[in-house]
Each structure stands twice: as C-alpha cells, then as structure tokens.
Design a protein. Structure first.
Length: 115
C-alpha cells in the first residue's frame, strides 16, 4: 500500500503564498501522473494540477498563472507552489498518485485563505 503524506497547509491572508508538499512511500516515477486535488465544504473534489512522468503539467483554469506543480523524483515528492491566494482557494488539498491499475490518495492538508 502506497502512502502519500501531505504537508505545508495553513492559514494565510489573501495575496499570500504557500507551498504544499506530498511525499510518497515509493518511487513516484512508478506512477503515470501525480496530482493535487482540492475539496471545499459542500463542493465536489476537483483537480487543481497534475504532472505526468514526462514533466508535462496541466491546471484548472482558476489557478493558472498562480499555482505551479513540480516533482522531485529523487525525493519522491511533489510540490504545489501557490501564489496570490484567494479566499476561494480555501479547501482541503489532497495529493493523488495515478498508475495504470492504481489510484492512491493522501489524507489531505487544510488551506485557509482569509480575506
């Protein structure tokens, strides 16, 4: 069983920055893609950003230009750098590892952006 451990969440004022980290218990190169999702109260979980093994990334429109996903294969870690945070970015952020026959989730880290 793969474990994904997120860290870096917290409380920040609007316009601030945070960097989330997700460290896997096995090589992230074994997965097709690593991603960050978020779920706000009363809303469905949504994909925020994803990066594949080739380094290609994609983002939900609402975070383009503000968030950057990156990966460090040597450290088995994926990052989500978030700038210009907005109150609507408030959510629990989850790390995801997607393989051909596998799909793993972390427990999530809370991000709260105050206005």
């Amino acid at each position: 069983q793969v474990q994904l451990v997120e860290s870096g969440g917290g409380l920040v004022q609007a316009g601030g920055s945070l960097r989330l980290s997700c460290t896997a218990s096995q090589s992230i190169s074994s997965f097709n893609a690593m991603g960050w999702y978020r779920q706000a109260p009363g809303k469905q979980r949504e994909l925020v950003a994803r990066i594949n093994n080739g380094g290609k990334s994609d983002y939900v429109d609402s975070v383009k230009g503000r968030f950057t996903i990156s990966r460090d294969n040597a450290e088995n870690t994926v990052y989500l750098q978030m700038h210009s945070l907005r109150p609507e970015d408030t959510a629990v952020y989850y790390c995801n590892a997607l393989g051909i026959f596998s799909n793993y989730w972390g427990r999530g880290t809370q991000v709260t952006v105050s206005s």
